[in-house]
Ligand binder design. Structure first.
Ligand SMILES: [Zn+2]
Length: 555
């Protein structure tokens, strides 16, 4: 056989896929504030009328004292342009607790994603009450606020900013400040009611319970029974929906945004593939809501379960030749179509690995972001073709190297989303570690293990130990030991194809390929070489296992 094209799965390309997790990590400067309450449930009402220059909200939030002290105060922060009209604190039986006074006690600094300045400064308020609240005591925090009218814009801002404009209004990012932040996690089950002019559509996570017209307004009520962050958009959308036997897709698009039938068909195929492989996560309707600047140059997604908020870049890269061309250059060969695929399938997988199971403890980011990237490359193999899957993995490695992920401050097992190196480690290297495990134990054991894990842990808490046990039951290697070589320290390996020689034999050709591993120590590396003897042929894959540093020859 005379190989014409070589594609190695572990060779050094930048693909960015922004996606913030549902958890919030405290900013270091917040340590001076005592945040002692945890949210149990939200009931929020919004009135959104940008033409009428009105944005206001009334919220009832159940919170619990999670400190070990009796507290006569509640600290929280809010977006600086949201003006508080009223606050009431009640016991669970509805009895009001009188408020002695409330003050602004400081400023909470949070990172801004894609913004011109690096920090948002949110006021921290303290409410002092006449009664104190015992540890574990639950109470209801009621707040009414409205937006400073000077803050209403003509055009949408970046997707992560709190934005109100006649063209698009939304509050979708983790740091937009429309949810009072009590310092713990923002996630909790919720009900959101949105009253808006009838020309606008809303997009929010959960189930749309009712949508009723009342004069010139529509009132939509969404309910999310699992813990999630209450978020929504309200825009003059063009709405497109498609129904398969089981699933419904809803696209909430900017007026000149295009979604092709091919794109929709592929999305259905990915949802089918995930449902068959990882089980039924209960979701029947997936929504894609466009937010952010029109004709955005940023590709980003904010996953809120069955509502995925994203910029219009994700669809333009599919349909616009110039974007397609530059994205290909940037990623080392992925087409705009592939990038669109990668983006949607990454976000959809979070409905399994972030919302269907609730992972806690070590390797959180590896399971979440590394896992979602790995699955997209695998899904591309299955839905588009094997070469695209390999190209995506190449793009991951290119980006990992360009962002110096190997210099991340923590190894994979404890890394958090901070700067580029850490993000490259969890998203890109993390994906390759998953791929290593898949190749080492084989597809059958790997997917049986993953399926078992989801079956046992669906709608439950899960840890690394649970995942290991599911894989170990099927694998013939020590899974924990194999993975620990990649997760406990930062690995730097240079893997190259060296000499390739082709000899003519009596029948056909004999090809030898030299692979060179340059690393500080020996690793158990599982990779593959793909070849084909004509352009039209499918790739033939030869698995390769290398356990020693240096050159090795493969025939
Ligand atoms: Zn993600």
């Amino acid at each position: 056989m005379k190989p014409v094209y070589f594609l190695s799965f572990l060779l050094p390309v930048a693909l960015f896929i922004g996606c913030t997790s549902k958890n919030i990590t405290d900013h270091p400067t917040e340590s001076s504030f005592a945040f002692e309450f945890k949210v149990e449930n939200y009931n929020q009402y919004y009135e959104v009328d940008p033409e009428g220059r009105l944005f206001k909200s009334s919220q009832e939030i159940s919170i619990t004292n999670v400190s070990d002290k009796h507290l006569g105060r509640i600290n929280f922060s809010l977006h600086p342009k949201l003006i508080i009209d009223h606050i009431t604190i009640r016991n669970l039986d509805g009895k009001e607790t009188s408020i002695k006074q409330w003050d602004k006690i400081g400023v909470r600094k949070t990172s801004r994603i894609w913004a011109d300045t690096s920090l948002n400064e949110f006021p921290v308020y303290q409410i002092q009450t006449s009664e104190s609240f015992a540890p574990h005591q639950q109470l209801v925090f009621e707040i009414d606020y409205h937006l400073d009218v000077d803050f209403i814009r003509d055009y949408p801002e970046e997707m992560y900013e709190l934005t109100f404009s006649p063209k698009a209004s939304y509050a979708v990012g983790p740091f937009t400040g429309h949810n009072p932040y009590f310092g713990r996690n923002l996630i909790a089950p919720f009900t959101i009611t949105i009253k808006h002019p009838k020309e606008l559509y809303t997009c929010a996570p959960g189930n749309l319970i009712t949508s009723k017209q009342e004069n010139q307004f529509v009132i939509d009520i969404y309910e999310c029974k699992y813990p999630n962050i209450p978020t929504f958009s309200c825009v003059k959308y063009k709405r497109i929906s498609r129904q398969s036997d089981i699933f419904r897709l809803e696209y909430y698009l900017y007026p000149d945004q295009q979604v092709t039938e091919g794109m929709i068909d592929t999305t259905f195929r990915v949802i089918d593939l995930y449902s068959k492989t990882f089980g039924d996560n209960g979701t029947r309707e997936y929504r894609f809501g466009t937010v952010g600047k029109a004709k955005s140059w940023n590709l980003g997604g904010e996953n809120k379960g069955n509502a995925i908020f994203l910029t219009d870049f994700a669809t333009r890269v599919y349909t616009n030749w110039l974007l397609n061309w530059s994205a290909s250059l940037f990623t080392g060969g992925l087409s705009g179509k592939d990038i669109n695929f990668l983006f949607f399938s990454h976000e959809l997988y979070h409905n399994w690995n972030l919302f269907y199971v609730n992972w806690s403890g070590k390797l959180y980011e590896w399971f979440g972001e590394g896992g979602a990237n790995f699955i997209t490359a695998w899904a591309a193999e299955r839905v588009i073709g094997i070469e695209v899957g390999a190209q995506i993995r190449k793009a991951f490695i290119k980006s990992f190297i360009e962002n110096k992920g190997y210099e991340a401050s923590q190894p994979l097992e404890s890394v958090r989303k901070t700067v580029n190196a850490e993000r490259a480690l969890m998203y890109k290297y993390g994906a390759i570690v998953w791929e290593q495990l898949r190749r080492r134990i084989g597809d059958e054991a790997f997917f049986a293990g993953l399926r078992k894990f989801y079956r046992q842990k669906g709608f439950k808490q899960a840890t690394y130990e649970d995942l290991l046990a599911s894989f170990q039951a099927r694998a013939d290697i020590d899974v924990e030991k194999f993975l620990s070589q990649w997760t406990t320290e930062n690995v730097k390996i240079k893997l190259n194809i060296g000499d390739v020689s082709i000899q003519k034999m009596k029948t056909g050709f004999r090809t030898t390929v030299e692979i060179e591993v340059d690393s500080e120590k020996d690793y158990d590396i599982v990779t593959a070489i793909g070849y084909k003897t004509s352009k039209k042929e499918n790739l033939t894959i030869l698995p390769i296992n290398i356990t020693q540093n240096g050159k090795s020859v493969h025939i």
